[in-house]
Design a protein around this ligand. Structure first.
Ligand SMILES: CC(C)(COP(=O)(O)OP(=O)(O)OC[C@H]1O[C@@H](n2cnc3c(N)ncnc32)[C@H](O)[C@@H]1OP(=O)(O)O)[C@@H](O)C(=O)NCCC(=O)NCCS
Length: 177
């Protein structure tokens, strides 16, 4: 009997109520575990659901979700520049990339990034940018293994429980791929 967990990732344009709940749970788990993105504490459920619904309707944001055995366990967003930002039209941004602690180590984060890269190339972006807290060792290892190049460090990148934490800035070029 094959008991290898099933990993799926997909670009998502809508979320059913149950899926929205799974996404909130997964993100809250990652935040409580010390996730490296914007929140320090998980917001209350209603506000969190509003946030994800907002992501779905912002034209510049593409939401990818990762599932483990059919349950949403992680996510990432690809953010395109606003049309007004002509000089930056060649580059997109990674935002809010996480996997719930219970679903880590199965390759979901890597698959999410690979899906984002495909989408970015399809949209003819030449560069993809991201930033990450210095404390996020697993994420740093993953991004560097995917060919992201560190171009700078901000020693005052994030304020976490009253302490300033450094953060690193990365880009990945698609030009020679
Ligand atoms: C970083 C994170 C997304 C990885 O999720 P994951 O699904 O467990 O990662 P994967 O199973 O896809 O592993 C991919 C790679 O990540 C790195 N990695 C994952 N877990 C690691 C760990 N505990 N220690 C070191 N490297 C690790 C490895 O390079 C791994 O590649 P390998 O399996 O070929 O060695 C997850 O740990 C997380 O959500 N962290 C908190 C949020 C965060 O830091 N987000 C990034 C900034 S926004």
């Amino acid at each position: 009997m094959n008991i290898t967990p099933r990993v799926e990732v997909c670009l998502t344009e809508s979320l059913r109520k149950r899926e929205l709940g799974e996404l909130c749970e997964a993100a809250a788990g990652a935040i409580s575990n010390g996730a490296g993105f914007g929140w320090i504490n998980p917001p209350e459920r209603e506000r969190f659901e509003r946030y994800w619904r907002g992501v779905l309707v912002i034209p510049e944001r593409s939401l990818f979700v990762g599932r483990l055995d059919g349950v949403i366990a992680g996510s990432v967003q690809l953010v395109s520049p606003h049309a007004q930002k002509e000089a930056w039209s060649h580059g997109c941004q990674i935002d809010t990339h996480f996997v719930a602690p219970w679903a880590r180590g199965y390759g979901i984060a890597r698959k999410l990034m690979e899906a984002v890269h495909l989408q970015a190339k399809k949209a003819n972006f030449r560069v993809i940018n991201l930033s990450v807290r210095d404390t996020q060792d697993a994420a740093v290892k993953l991004y560097e293994s995917l060919g992201y190049i560190r171009w700078g460090t901000n020693p005052k990148y994030a304020l976490v429980d009253g302490t300033l934490v450094a953060g690193h800035f990365y880009y990945k070029s698609f030009d020679r791929e």
